[in-house]
Design a protein around this ligand. Structure first.
Ligand code: MOS
Length: 731
């Protein structure tokens, strides 16, 4: 979208609070008489704790208590049997070490500094066991969790018989979310009731986790998370900080705050798993795909089967009669991985879209033309139609804006002075799911509205998007609406993840707003002289805080006027929306995108700059254009990081993450980013949900790493199949 178009669109309703510091993040909350916990982490990757020596730490000024498995108050849920897999990780509950930098004790003191210093004096001895943290060292024990996918057609035969084919291995290292805000919890037990401020993407999930762990009713727990400073999946599951802070607070009868240091964050949550993918693709001489064989393996922990299904994209992205996919996991002695922006899909697409690019050169066919020749008009797996799919238009408009037709096909054939220039593209897709969700809409007598929903806003602009939806339906200006979220006392929603919030919570807000207006009209119709008596609801127009019968301006009444005479003084409607599963089930419902990338490569020093990106996106109706544009830009920035920089380094001898900081783990900065243009291709989708909106938070990243790798090949003639594409791989 162009800057001028965007300037007219609503800005973040929470933007001012964020830039002025008025938005309170978890680590900033405090209760009176609060104590500070600091976690002690293991220095080995596997084995048992022989002893924890805490006397020295306990003697320090300000120290209140050191808790470890030796003196830990019991949870309601006993630690699962050692051989039970999968099993959740309850920190501090046993002497078993499952990963390096595992939380094994917490020092609670009057100040953060006192707790941190005393934590450094806790002495731990171990019975160490041999560990394995390198995926390549455990491939022999890889297995398929759950059921194997049956083949479509006869992929191996088709591949063997094909004239044009590619077979290659692609590698993606462990990556960490590295949000700006550290994970943190402030917990307070008071009279059997637990109040928790926690960095979380899922208020309900966190509440349920605490209820199970402590064996208390959800009604006695309140979880709040009003602002989240980036999460990207890292806060989709509760972290050790949550349970430890709550335990310490219960034990000490004081509020307890735990905030991770940047260094500690490396094991505060999971990470994008390390993956190895083998792809075989083949085509006939016309460029029609004849087979895709996609096998992937990624690491999981020793105690849970985490699988993110890298290969699913190969079954649905292109029309291909013969497909085989195998997704395996293998155990390493690291903490369990976790979903990280565009989980599974971005990794799978990196392999598939790189392989397709390789195939296009074998065929001497333009990579865009290859995609068009294999365009899936219906779902190749089931034959079902798409609810909407304007991907062809994304390719067309994206290519036009980018100037794709001016691309010279030969690698190393485009230059800008001393730089090699490369143009590459890739396709993106992301499922557009919807889950049940609830919202409450309150129309106040002063003409304002309050909308409540227990969702979170981890950065995509949920506060703003929901305000826009309520504003459109209610006919109230944005400034008259307050949307509140991040509180378990509010109507329940699923966690914010998988790009589903607008679809799920947005539908609840829309429907609750409509019901509130109906209740408002009922309130007006109590009066005999109401001009709305006997008028069908769809004959009414709601705008600027008033209602009138269409074509009869003399009937106009303001909301305030109506509510003045209303016995309750305000209207309050609680509503739970549910997806139309039967109707949705007849279709495949997904967002799509086409990403075009230009790189300039300085071959002398191996430096790659992503100078230009055009994102064509089809994600149904775009409700919050500025927010959507930001999401697409964020996806590109993330993709630049994933393609060129990001890599969690594990020292396999120590079994330890060696770059748990932003000096050693590189993410893009402003100077790394070139021009990003976004095009939204509208889709009128009546199936996806009543809003017609699909998700796009993750879609914007999906194709970028592949498109960058493909552009680098076009620039240099070097096919790099291992991320990140650092300078050493190009010189
Ligand atoms: Mo996203 S990985 O679903 O937070």
């Amino acid at each position: 979208m162009m800057q001028d178009d965007l300037r007219r669109q609503p800005s973040r309703v929470d933007g001012r609070a964020k830039v002025t510091g008025k938005a309170t993040y978890i680590a900033e909350f405090r209760f009176p008489n609060m104590a500070y916990g600091y976690l002690v982490q293991s220095t080995i990757a596997k084995g048992k704790i022989r002893d924890i020596e805490t006397a020295e730490a306990e003697k320090q000024p300000g120290v209140i208590k050191v808790l470890s498995h030796k003196n830990l108050p019991k949870l309601a849920v006993p630690t699962p049997a050692p051989d039970a897999i999968p099993r959740p990780f309850y920190a501090l509950t046993s002497d078993e070490i499952r990963f390096n930098a595992q939380p094994i004790a917490v020092v609670v003191a009057e100040t953060f500094e006192e707790a941190r210093y005393a934590a450094s004096l806790v002495k731990v001895t171990y019975d160490q066991a041999p560990h394995a943290t390198d995926l390549r060292s455990v491939l022999g024990s890889a297995f398929v969790p759950g059921r194997e996918q049956p083949d479509r057609g006869t992929p191996e035969n088709a591949f063997a018989a094909a004239e044009f084919k590619v077979e290659a291995e692609y590698y993606i290292p462990i990556e960490h979310h590295n949000a700006m805000e550290p994970h943190a919890t402030v917990a307070n037990w008071d009279d059997g009731k637990l109040t928790v401020y926690d960095k979380t993407q899922g208020i309900q999930g966190t509440t349920g986790y605490l209820a199970t762990a402590f064996g208390i009713d959800r009604a006695n727990i309140r979880v709040l998370s009003p602002f989240v400073g980036g999460a990207f999946g890292a806060a989709l599951r509760p972290g050790p900080n949550l349970i430890v802070a709550a335990m310490a607070s219960r034990e000490l009868k004081r509020p307890v705050k735990i905030v991770y240091s940047r260094r500690q964050l490396a094991t505060a949550h999971g990470y994008r798993p390390e993956s190895i993918q083998n792809i075989k693709v083949s085509a006939d001489k016309d460029g029609k795909l004849t087979s895709i064989i996609h096998q992937a393996v990624h690491n999981t922990s020793a105690y849970e089967n985490f699988s993110e299904g890298l290969v699913g994209v190969s079954r649905g992205l292109y029309a291909c009669p013969n497909v085989r996919t195998v997704a395996k996991i293998a155990r390493t002695d690291l903490q369990t991985p976790l979903w990280m922006r565009s989980p599974g899909v971005v990794s799978g697409i990196f392999a598939l879209e790189s392989a397709l690019d390789e195939l296009s050169y074998k065929l001497k066919l333009d990579p865009l033309e290859l995609r068009l020749r294999n365009y899936a008009d219906t779902d190749p797996e089931t034959g079902r139609p798409f609810s909407s799919k304007e991907l062809r238009e994304c390719y067309r408009q994206g290519a036009e804006r980018f100037g794709w037709s001016k691309r010279s096909p030969e690698p190393r054939s485009m230059r800008d002075g001393k730089y090699l220039v490369g143009w590459g593209l890739a396709t993106g897709t992301w499922p557009a799911s919807q889950a049940p969700a609830s919202a409450r809409v309150i129309l106040n007598a002063d003409g304002t509205a309050r909308v409540e929903s227990g969702t979170t806003d981890i950065g995509p602009g949920t506060y703003t998007t929901m305000t826009i939806i309520a504003s459109e339906v209610l006919g109230l200006p944005i400034e008259k609406i307050t949307f509140v979220l991040g509180d378990s006392d509010m109507p329940p929603t699923p966690g914010q993840g998988g790009s589903t919030t607008t679809s799920s919570v947005g539908t609840a807000v829309k429907e609750a707003s409509e019901l509130a207006l109906k209740a408002l009209i009922e309130a007006a119709n109590v009066k005999e002289d109401s001009p709305f008596r006997g008028v069908a609801f769809d004959q009414l127009v709601f705008e600027k805080g008033s209602v009138a019968v269409i074509g009869r301006p003399e009937t106009r009444r303001s909301f305030q006027d109506i509510l003045k005479g209303h016995s309750e003084g305000s209207i309050s409607v609680l509503h739970r929306s549910t997806p139309d599963a039967a109707e949705r089930g007849k279709y495949v419902i997904a967002s799509h995108g086409a990403q075009f990338v230009e790189v300039k490569v300085d071959e002398e020093i191996g430096q790659v700059r992503v100078t230009r990106v055009v994102q064509g996106t089809a994600a149904g109706r775009i409700i919050n254009p500025k927010g959507a544009h930001s999401q697409e830009m964020g996806g590109v920035v993330w993709g630049v990081g994933m393609a060129l920089m990001e890599h969690t380094e594990v020292d396999h001898k120590l079994g330890r993450i060696m770059n748990p900081n932003l000096a050693g783990y590189h993410v893009p900065v402003n100077a790394d980013i070139g021009v990003i243009e976004t095009i939204f291709v509208p889709e009128d989708d009546k199936i996806v949900n009543p809003l017609g909106a699909k998700g796009l938070g993750e879609l914007g990243l999906v194709g970028i790493p592949a498109a960058i790798a493909n552009a680098i090949y076009h620039a240099t003639g070097k096919r790099i199949r291992s991320l990140p594409i650092t300078p050493d791989k190009l010189v």
